[in-house]
Design a protein around this ligand. Structure first.
Ligand SMILES: [Zn+2]
Length: 157
């Protein structure tokens, strides 16, 4: 598969990453797919629930909430996710994947990212160095779910 996004969408993701720095930002990619192409039509910014530690602990408990902060984790509220999915479907769009930022870290998936990923979806990661958006990479789980593999991104004018 190849993920196609346009320059404005790529910039919107970078701006979201810069705005939420030094926290991680996250959002969803909506569009359509045909054959080997995932075409992004909309980029929707979501709230990183790790901002709200107690709520995040209820939804997805972690051993050490003080370390698992919004700076190195993101968590999408299932209610937000449901709302966006319903709204997308009503408009004939699919959820193609998700994006999030890596503040002061390379645009490579962490073990956490891989463990919390679902098959088929595209996972865009934007690195944000000292508040400035840099690299954008895309990843998808291998068929057997064991590995996160790079997925080509085509940025179209
Ligand atoms: Zn990550």
């Amino acid at each position: 598969m190849v993920l196609k996004i346009n320059i404005a969408q790529r910039e919107a993701i970078g701006r979201h990453g810069a705005r939420d720095y030094p926290s991680e930002c996250c959002g969803v990619l909506l569009g359509s797919f045909r054959g080997e192409v995932k075409q992004v039509n909309e980029v929707v910014a979501l709230k990183n629930l790790r901002h709200e530690v107690s709520h995040a602990q209820e939804l997805l408990p972690v051993d050490d909430p003080a370390r698992e902060t919004e700076r190195n984790r993101f968590l999408i509220d299932p209610l937000d996710q449901l709302r966006v999915e319903k709204d997308a479907r009503a408009r004939g769009l699919e959820v193609l994947g998700y994006y999030h930022s890596h503040p002061d870290h390379p645009a490579r998936p962490s073990a956490y990212d891989r463990e919390h990923a679902w098959p088929w979806y595209s996972y865009l990661i934007v690195s944000v160095e000292r508040g400035v958006a840099k690299d954008l990479t895309c990843w998808t789980l291998a068929e057997d779910g064991g590995l996160f593999l790079p997925e080509p991104v085509e940025v179209v004018g």
